[in-house]
Design a protein around this ligand. Sequence first.
Ligand code: C2O
Ligand code: CU
Length: 459
Amino acid sequence: MSRLALFSFLVGCTPEVIDDSLDQPALPIVDGVAAAEDQDADPNVVEVHLTASRTEVSWMEEGATPVWAYNGQVPGPLIQARVGDTLRVVFTNDLPDPTTIHWHGLRIENAMDGVPAVQDPIQPGETFTYEFVLPDAGSYWYHPHIRGHEQVDRGLYGPLVVHEAEASTPVVDRDRYFALDDVALRENGRHYSFSTGGMDGMHGRHGNVLLANGQTELITDTVQPGTVERWRLVNTANARLMYADVRGADWRVVGVDGGLLEEPYTTDRLRLPVGRRFDVEVIPRADAEKLKLRVLIPSQTGFDRYPMFEAAIAGTPAATSVPTWPAAEMPEPIAETQEVDVELDFGSGGMMGMAWLINGQRYEAGDSIPIQGNVPTRIHLRDVSGAGHPFHLHGQFFEVLSRNGSDGDIPGPLDTIHVGGDDELELFTMFDNPGLWMGHCHILEHAELGMMTAFDVTP
Ligand code: C2O
Ligand code: CU
């Protein structure tokens, strides 16, 4: 008999609620966004319940902002598990429109990818259960894959962290997730109407309000010098190419989209196209007063700088112990097979107003590029539109081989890469995950206007 049942015999006492999730090995704490609760007692299964519905947030003094939210919060709850775990997400759509959830960056089974090409959109009032095994540790996010330009910007996106295997989890003093976003709000707090016409269709929707973890205000804290923090940064905006830097710390990049790097590197600033992630090791300096995360927005004179997080550096310096960052494995080329080339040209055009094209075509379901899986493949990306496009590939990771003819020097594994105006990039992938996988521009208006294709990968 459980303790809970015993206590209930004591009339007049409130029985203590036993949380049986305590039996599970605890996951590292990730700060930033309130986490979803694991509803399954099995230590290797994480089950979370998500409901998308309409609610309001207060971002502007002049009035509330109606949003679409997962479990009433923007961003949606942090979903976290360990590599190798099964993730089950029981999702209910309480929105007025059909929707899906796509797990950005996860190399999961095709049927669970959350795109209309592999699943019927989940209608208002319906429930759908996503279930898959988590193959790679890393920092990810989730969002709808229908009318993304509207649904994501209304507030439907959330963080997803897959922790490294228990024995190799890097030990840090603090683990923080920062979802960086912008929204386009009127003075009364309401969103500007959603459109794929005009400037929105041209450049993608750019916001006038910056958000970190769904907050307009600076996030603050106090940190001790010499401690080691792991920051996970993601750009969840519809279109804005962001830059970011860290002040008051020794910092370096330890991970990217698809996991931790073999060789961490230092840089002055990060370039963060929409969809991209960086994992950063941050060690607050004893000779600095404040630790800051800043978003940098290109301006006429260089950059405008927006602090999103600021911590007072206080206390006696800790003895720094830099963790070991276990590198993610890249798909290995299979030596005996010949390499295959795939060309993707990003262009614009269209008879009736704006269209964004891949290889001269708008995306149409059913029209896909056949790919033989497990064959070393070079993808040649060329922007012939001059506009610049963040390319995202579903279900696979890739490496950058070159940018404009020279060594790309952008370490992978990646699932999102910025193809600058008139740039040419060469990617390498094995296409080792069979199924129908989207490749598209992550400027959500461009994707909506046709800049998407599908790779039909046979095993
Ligand atoms: Cu983040 Cu196809 O999406
Ligand atoms: Cu684009």
